[in-house]
Design a protein around this ligand. Structure first.
Ligand SMILES: [Zn+2]
Length: 272
């Protein structure tokens, strides 16, 4: 008798619990998993679902995997919209681009003057980047008799502001945005980026020099990457810049070089 009552109580308990659970699980959640085309694809992020759907409507030629990659890189947003403060300040992983900015008062720690022999003017870089660049430039000269010189390195917010406003004044905002960063959005403000030339050739023609060929082959060994490569403009937001390099440390540079990806894609990978 007692046993039977217990069984009945147990069955009633299970039934009530099941009904409650069915009511509690949000319909929206179950529907999303079943109905959405992206759920099973690599790098899918629940929070980006509506953006995937929206972006795919306007980009019918792209695969679902590509839609996910691009939205995760914020490429469904226009440059300089939905901007956020940069993360990982004062580290090799800092990402500054047309979505992530540095505040006006951000000055990196440990800025140091680059050795006179390897630069034009009074340029500074963050300690690790400075050491690495001097070692790169000295090896290029000693081993191959090549001249690699820094022509621009750390730039303050105010300096970038002057530079950008000048371009806008002499060209147009639309054009300036393709080659110059708006103040706060320049990687030069991190103290980890620099532009180079070979002393004899205008930096715009750096691609044609032996120094460029050497840089492409060797810069990762010193912790540098070509930051704005060809055919990645849609990700970086900048035209190909053969003269602009970014210090990320040897490990990250080696990975980026091996996989032929951008810093944006590398950082995105870390977040997945
Ligand atoms: Zn630059």
């Amino acid at each position: 008798m007692n046993k039977n009552i217990l069984i009945i109580i147990f069955i009633i308990f299970i039934t009530i619990t099941s009904i409650i659970l069915l009511l509690i699980i949000p319909k929206k959640y179950t529907n999303k998993k079943i109905n959405n085309n992206f759920y099973n694809i690599k790098n899918y992020k629940e929070k980006n679902l509506s953006r995937y759907e929206n972006y795919s409507k306007h980009n019918l030629n792209l695969s679902k995997a590509e839609i996910i990659n691009r939205v995760n890189l914020n490429l469904d947003y226009k440059f300089y919209t939905h901007t956020k403060k940069a993360n990982n300040l004062n580290t090799e992983k800092i990402l500054v681009n047309k979505y992530y900015y540095l505040e006006k008062n951000y000055i990196p720690n440990n800025l140091e003057m680059i050795n006179d022999g390897y630069q034009k003017g009074r340029l500074t870089l963050v300690h690790e980047a400075r050491i690495a660049f001097e070692s790169l430039a000295s090896d290029a000269y000693n081993k191959k008799h090549l001249y690699i010189r820094a022509i621009s390195a750390y730039r303050s917010y105010d300096y970038q502001k002057k530079l950008y406003n000048n371009y806008v004044k002499n060209d147009s905002k639309e054009n300036a945005d393709t080659y110059s960063a708006r103040p706060g959005f320049s990687e030069h403000q991190t103290g980890l980026s620099l532009d180079v030339d070979n002393i004899y050739t205008d930096y715009n023609n750096f691609e044609k020099t032996k120094e460029y060929k050497w840089m492409i082959k060797n810069c990762y060994k010193y912790g540098f990457i070509l930051r704005f490569p060809k055919s990645k403009e849609y990700i970086t937001g900048y035209q190909f810049e053969p003269w602009h390099y970014r210090y990320v440390g040897k490990n990250i540079a080696t990975y980026i070089n091996k996989h032929k990806i951008t810093l944006e894609e590398y950082i995105q990978k870390l977040e997945n």
